[in-house]
Ligand binder design. Structure first.
Ligand SMILES: Cc1ncc(COP(=O)(O)O)c(C=O)c1O
Length: 394
């Protein structure tokens, strides 16, 4: 049997959208879907059992990012963590310091940030959007220029979900603090893939999501610095120190905790293996697919994402073709592909129509192998050749 015969199809190269759940994670979750069904708020043994499981998961999440257990608030995912951070600060500021109406984010954030900012803009906040360079970097000097005494919050993503670039978060947080603002980072694409210590970073709030690190969907967390007070956005029974009411997603939280524990243990392996696979993928694509370009340098980039422009090809046609041929890939973010809108991230980076039309994001996970990458590039190369023959573009 040749090596390519042993490739399991389909080949999944869309790990920035979501990741396969690890067996160890599933094994830990199963009892909480079956025999351990108590409500964590109940005083009896069933309740105590599930509450203990939540607290164990909280310890595991906190160890991954270097904070205290009490600084982790479980949510339904990255989207809710982002909304809680932004609206939670805004709500409190509105009541305690109403002149602090100025909030800042960037033009390349995830929709869960941009929509939360738009919502606040409609409620009287003054929103400013930082531009990004063609390399998807935010300049600290741009932030320094617009920060002022009325700035309540700055929210900048740690790593971009489409192109994978990493920002200088500690520097951005430091200048924000110098002007008396709070700093939040959406670290959904970074946690578990890169060493993060929230104390060293100096951020006040940081969002995480379980399904990006081989945990279950529908669960995530917000890190909130202990002394910082924010308002709840969901009201009810007062769970999660009153910041996130609602009976806890116990099995999800347990799975997320296990995924964090494994991510911490395998961080070195992840960084070495996944970045080696990604570099191999980049080399092969650039050599074997004519008229292809890697977007953004391999410096300041998360290990698992490679983003290309394949000139003369329509990205969506390519994704459909690749799917038929057994490769799961993406043009960019999973959310915008549903809406069929062109990527706001690439627009923010100043990409022309031709540069953004032929975009392809390949994102690698810990389950991928070199044989899969080799197979995927061969298939990609043929698919691009076929589509170019049919393409009206030059
Ligand atoms: C950068 C970023 N932020 C937030 C989210 C939303 O996370 P969740 O899917 O857990 O709501 C995603 C998911 O794609 C993301 O990539």
């Amino acid at each position: 049997m040749s090596s390519s015969d042993s490739v399991p199809f389909p080949i999944y190269l869309d790990n920035a959208a979501s990741t396969p759940m690890l067996d160890e994670v599933m094994t830990e979750m199963l009892p909480y879907l079956k025999e351990h069904y108590g409500n964590p708020s109940s005083l009896h043994r069933f309740g105590r059992m599930t509450m203990r499981a939540i607290e164990k998961a909280r310890t595991r999440v906190s160890s991954l990012i270097g904070c205290n257990r009490s600084e982790v608030i479980f949510t339904s995912g990255g989207t809710e963590a982002n909304n809680l951070a932004i609206k939670g600060v805004a709500d409190l500021v509105r009541k305690t310091n109403p002149e602090k109406k100025h909030i800042i984010t960037s033009t390349m954030e995830h929709e869960s940030i941009l929509e939360a900012f738009r919502d606040l803009e409609g409620k009287g906040f003054e929103v400013e959007y930082l531009p990004v360079t063609k390399e998807a970097q935010i300049e600290t000097t741009d932030l320094e220029r617009i920060l002022n005494d009325r700035t309540a919050l700055v929210s900048i993503m740690f790593s971009n979900n489409e192109v994978g670039t990493i920002q200088r978060i500690s520097e951005l947080a430091r200048v924000t603090h110098q002007k008396g603002g709070l700093f939040h980072t959406d670290a959904v694409q970074a946690v578990g893939k890169i060493r993060i210590d929230v104390k060293q970073l100096g951020v006040d709030l940081l969002s995480m999501s379980s399904h990006k690190i081989n945990g279950p969907k529908g669960v995530g967390a917000l890190y909130k610095r202990e002394a910082l007070k924010i308002a709840a956005i969901i009201h009810g029974g007062g769970q999660e120190s009153t910041l996130r009411s609602g009976t806890e997603n116990v099995h999800g939280i347990v799975g997320f905790g296990k995924a964090c524990e494994i991510a911490a243990q395998r961080m070195g392996e992840y960084e070495t293996k996944v970045s080696a696979l990604r570099n191999h993928l980049i080399d092969r694509v650039l050599h074997e697919v004519p008229n292809s370009r890697l977007n953004c340098s391999t410096q300041n980039r998360i290990a698992n994402i490679a983003h290309f422009t394949l000139f003369g090809v329509n990205g969506e046609d390519l994704i459909i073709k690749l799917d038929e041929l057994g490769i799961a890939a993406s043009t960019g973010s999973a959310c915008s592909s549903r809406n069929q809108t062109s990527s706001h991230v690439l627009k923010a980076m100043g990409f022309s129509y031709a540069e953004s039309t032929g975009s392809l994001r390949l994102s690698i996970g810990i389950m991928n192998t070199k044989v899969e990458i080799d197979q995927a590039v061969s298939i990609l190369s043929k698919a691009v050749e076929e589509l170019r023959k049919l393409s009206p573009f030059d």
